[in-house]
Design a protein around this ligand. Structure first.
Ligand SMILES: Nc1nc2c(ncn2[C@@H]2O[C@H](COP(=O)(O)OP(=O)(O)OP(=O)(O)O)[C@@H](O)[C@H]2O)c(=O)[nH]1
Ligand SMILES: [Mg+2]
Length: 313
């Protein structure tokens, strides 16, 4: 597929072109820059909903059901599941896509797992690029699923327009609620696996903590769900639509600005490192790295050497 064809396909909302576009960015292809130039003017208008929570909390199962409800409102949907990469193969753990196969015949729903692949490039860059492609393709609601462990994942979900934190009843709940600052970033809480006998107790704890948090009458909604059966998902959809409807444009703009800025920061980082790698032989880089480890050179001084290398003509 030619780049021009990919652009045309994306703007026409074709799933194959969307997939190719996201791959260009994932592979850091030379064409990625051209693609961004051409599609960026058409992006920026979707609502981005971040969904996070502990591993196995039921985020993907919930999203599968949410997509059904949102489709009934006629919205075009994108979903990016940020999968933790396998530390051994570097590949994504592909559970999410498989579980959501039932949407694969619907051209208005695009679902993609993205590997985080260590810190190469950065999560803001990867997420921002995928969101840009999906928006240019006319998606109106874009879900971003991340596991709520690890600073990067929490940082990225914070930049969504609406943040959903998924909790589950039972052991360790006080810890999971406070963990990783998830408490502060939630616009809405989902208590999933509400078929568990621990549900009422966890809900009481959660509400008590929210009240202690003291945002007065402005406490975030708590919705109980049993994701595999779709129980409570209609309520969750209603709450989300309300949040979206009453969200102030200024708040949305502020989040979007932060996401774009984080993306640019990631790109600058990557470009600087590309320059350094181009100009400095890898043996020299390795030698400096060893000197750093041996405390023969300090981090600031090494950074200065690297920056000078990158900037020299
Ligand atoms: N009993 C019960 N099981 C559930 C519920 N929701 C999800 N599950 C099950 O929990 C398991 C994990 O669900 P996922 O949807 O994969 O959870 P996830 O949060 O996306 O998991 P990761 O992406 O790996 O972090 C699956 O076996 C689901 O069937 C629920 O409400 N009740
Ligand atoms: Mg999942």
């Amino acid at each position: 597929m030619e780049i021009g064809e990919i652009v045309k396909g994306i703007l026409a909302g074709q799933p194959r072109a969307i997939a190719r576009g996201i791959s260009l960015f994932e592979n850091n292809s030379l064409d990625a820059k051209k693609l961004m130039k051409q599609i960026f003017p058409y992006s920026g208008s979707a609502v981005v909903i971040g969904i996070t929570g502990s591993p196995g909390a039921g985020k993907s199962t919930l999203l599968d059901q949410l997509i059904v409800c949102f489709r009934q409102t006629g919205k075009k949907i994108g979903l990016i599941a940020v999968d933790p990469s396998s530390p051994f193969t570097g590949g994504a753990i592909l559970g999410d896509r498989i579980r959501m196969m039932r949407h694969s015949l619907d051209d208005e729903v695009f679902i993609r797992s993205m590997a985080t692949r260590g810190n190469l490039g950065g999560l803001a860059k990867a997420t921002g690029e995928a969101v840009t492609v999906l928006e240019a393709a006319g998606k109106e609601v874009i879900f971003v699923e991340t596991v709520g462990v690890g600073q990067d994942e929490v940082e990225i979900v914070k930049l969504a327009d609406v943040v959903v934190v998924v909790l589950t009843p039972g052991a360790g709940d006080d810890i999971q609620i406070f963990k990783a600052g998830l408490m502060e970033i939630a616009d809405i809480f989902v208590l999933n696996k509400a078929d568990s006998p621990e549900t009422a107790r966890t809900e009481r704890q959660l509400r008590a903590m929210l009240e202690l948090g003291g945002q007065g009458n402005n406490l975030p909604p708590v919705v109980k769900t049993i994701a595999p059966e779709g129980v409570g998902v209609g309520d969750l959809t209603e709450e989300l639509l309300t949040l979206i409807r009453f969200r102030k444009d200024t708040a949305r703009e502020r989040k979007r600005k932060q996401l774009l800025e984080a993306m640019v920061r990631d790109i600058v980082n990557q470009e600087v490192f590309n320059l350094i790698k181009k100009k400095m032989p890898s043996e020299k880089l390795e030698k400096l790295s060893q000197e750093l480890l041996d405390r023969k050179i300090d981090p600031y001084s090494l950074a200065e050497i690297l920056l000078k290398t990158a900037l020299e003509e």
